[in-house]
Write a protein of this length. Structure first.
Length: 166
């Protein structure tokens, strides 16, 4: 019986792992803020869809550091961090020249370090600081669950374009 349970556990684990690593490469990423969705795009068509959380003041374009908004525009996923407070993270190239100019015009700093990331490490759950299911809770980043981030991580390479729209 023990041998059967062990074999079953390995089978389930290999199927779950295969789904994460068998995701086709994405040509680009599309984020629809109003629908709270992220799409992996290949040959101009979405082929994976993920629920997302946004900045804690999600409506509108990010204008300055600390406004709690998620940027809108065209960027690239330019580098990644395998171990972060939020599981893993992929950097979004915000701010672009347009974002910098808009912030400068209003006398503000545009901010930065906008990431596509997972959920916080488990010890942070216990504090009650991250009650994020169905809510926008980041400082302006785009968050997905850790399993979704594993798929995205394997589907995108550095310099993959990402379009974030309202």
């Amino acid at each position: 019986m023990r041998l059967i349970l062990t074999a079953l556990a390995f089978s389930v684990a290999s199927v779950l792992q295969a789904s994460v690593y068998d995701v086709p490469p994405a040509d680009s990423v599309l984020v629809d803020k109003s629908d709270r969705k992220l799409y992996l795009i290949r040959n101009g068509e979405p082929y994976r869809e993920y629920d997302i959380a946004l900045g804690f003041h999600p409506v509108g374009k990010k204008l300055k550091e600390g406004d709690g908004k998620t940027p809108e525009g065209t960027y690239v996923l330019d580098w990644r961090k395998a171990n972060s407070r939020f599981y893993r993270s992929i950097h979004i190239s915000y701010p672009n020249d347009e974002d910098r100019a808009a912030a400068l015009e209003s006398g503000d700093r545009p901010g930065g370090m906008i990431m596509l990331h997972g959920y916080p490490e488990p010890r942070l759950f216990a504090t009650g600081n991250y009650k994020f299911r169905g809510r926008d809770w980041t400082d302006g980043c785009i968050a997905v669950n850790n399993e979704a981030l594993d798929e995205i991580w394997n589907a995108v390479s550095d310099w993959t374009p990402i379009v974030i729209q309202h």
